[in-house]
Design a protein around this ligand. Structure first.
Ligand code: APR
Length: 223
């Protein structure tokens, strides 16, 4: 089981959140990534995600994404990502769960079962863009303070993992970071990150590299 965060997409040119110069250095979280921020200024929030969507359209999967997809030849690989980009899918990974939603999807604010794929050629959401029932559309993203619908499934999968790999996340945000507590004690845990990451497990094998080089080293260690 592979838990990925923003660092997984850093080598694709997509900014992380908490590295210096990261997204939360440039935008106030409470204004652009909370339900309250959306209620206060929907146009600002919609533009924030429109901008990130245009960035994603220019990005390509990096060597780390591609190597994880290639690992499916030798392993049953389940990716659980905090990322809202679709670079794991573009690289060819076939089992990807998005804990924090998906940037290329929109959702009705009046009926959360109404979720729409956004067309890359027309992917902005504006105030006044409504679902088939007439409710304003919003990004299909989990904002701070909102429920994480895929969490129970992610915990179930983690409890069954034979190998647990953490790539490119500072493990700052719960409940996602809590998945590490669901890993069985005898299961090996690998961390791929150029920096130290504070976790509650002391027996982690830290591959102190970026995603592309780090996944290559992981493949060497595992095969
Ligand atoms: N390869 C691997 N890891 C990297 C790379 C790289 N090239 N560059 C940076 N990193 C690591 C950083 O060292 C850091 O540990 O990626 C991690 C990024 O951490 P954050 O910016 O905190 O991103 P993330 O952990 O994914 O944030 C979690 O917070 O804001 C919310 O919803 C948002 O999903 C996000 C969540």
């Amino acid at each position: 089981m592979i838990l990925t965060g923003a660092g997984m997409s850093a080598e694709s040119g997509i900014a992380t959140f908490r590295d210096s110069g990261g997204l939360w250095d440039r935008y106030p979280v409470e204004q652009v990534a909370t339900p309250e921020g959306f209620a206060a200024d929907p146009g600002l929030v919609l533009d924030f995600y429109n901008m990130r969507r245009h960035e994603l359209l220019k990005a390509r999967p990096n060597g780390g994404h591609l190597a994880l997809a290639a690992m499916e030849k030798d392993f049953e690989v389940q990716i659980i990502t905090q990322n809202i980009d679709n670079l794991h899918e573009q690289a060819g990974s076939s089992r990807v769960i998005h804990l924090h939603g998906e940037l290329m999807k929109a959702r009705s604010t009046g009926d959360e079962t109404l979720v729409y794929e956004l067309d890359p050629d027309d992917c902005d959401i504006h105030p006044g863009d409504c679902c088939e029932k007439g409710f304003q559309l919003r990004p299909h993203i989990v904002w701070f303070g909102e429920a994480v619908p895929m969490m129970a499934e992610a915990e179930r999968i983690t409890r069954q993992a034979d190998i647990f790999v953490i790539i490119g996340t500072s493990m700052n945000v719960y409940p996602a970071a809590g998945l590490l507590d669901d890993v069985r004690r005898n299961v090996p845990v690998y961390l791929i990150d150029p920096k130290d990451v504070v976790t509650r497990r002391y027996d982690i094998h830290h591959i102190r590299k970026g995603a592309t080089e780090g996944v290559k080293e992981l493949q060497r260690l595992l095969t």
